[in-house]
Design a protein around this ligand. Sequence first.
Ligand SMILES: C[S@@+](CC[C@H](N)C(=O)[O-])C[C@H]1O[C@@H](n2cnc3c(N)ncnc32)[C@H](O)[C@@H]1O
Length: 216
Amino acid sequence: MDVVKALRDDVYRRPLDTALERLGIGPGWRCVDVGAGGGDVSVALAEIVGATGRVYAVDSDPRARDETAAAAAAHSQVVAITQAGEDLLLPELVDLAFCRFLLMHVVDPSVVLNRMRKAVKAGGWVVAQEPITSAGRVGGAQMSMPDAPHPDVGALLPALARKAGLEIVDAWAEAPAGAGPGPVAEYLESLTGVDPGEDPVVLPPLVTVVGRAPTG
Ligand SMILES: C[S@@+](CC[C@H](N)C(=O)[O-])C[C@H]1O[C@@H](n2cnc3c(N)ncnc32)[C@H](O)[C@@H]1O
């Protein structure tokens, strides 16, 4: 697992836990993690849904499938698939479609959210966690934007979810923050190559939308 990814899992783990708690997710659930990357979220989901559940870890990059397969070696309920979110099609409807740090990278976030809504059962859950990159601060100054098509897509996420036909059950923003040595400073340094020293850091807030597909 690369260092940036391990740090991201650490500093952004709290919004993930908060979102999963909202759902009442448990053993036997079927889930898809779209844009699964190295599979951190897929493994977290697999631990919750257990051996009777299933987690489809979907990513357009075949290297992600190999990484996820390695990360989830102890979890046979994780099925790693190479597929674009725009073409999302699974062997069964799922209880939960999840994505994190994905929509910022795709051409049209609405297309992917629509596919995620169609991938869940009637009344199923769609959870997206995306950043507002420009709202991050280092020493009080605005962070520079990464090279992504939609670095601030988090700011639009509730509206995008409604447009995709989802009922918004909950939505909020959370940002890891810190000053001096620690995981927040390390994460920033891994992204930018610059150690913030004693400067206060607020990492880009992650907007979470917990949405529900229509029941009928
Ligand atoms: C920043 S990583 C996030 C990984 C993971 N979701 C996490 O939060 O740790 C973005 C991932 O989305 C994948 N990705 C980018 N565009 C995609 C698309 N159109 N469909 C599916 N996956 C895509 C990339 O290959 C990459 O693995």
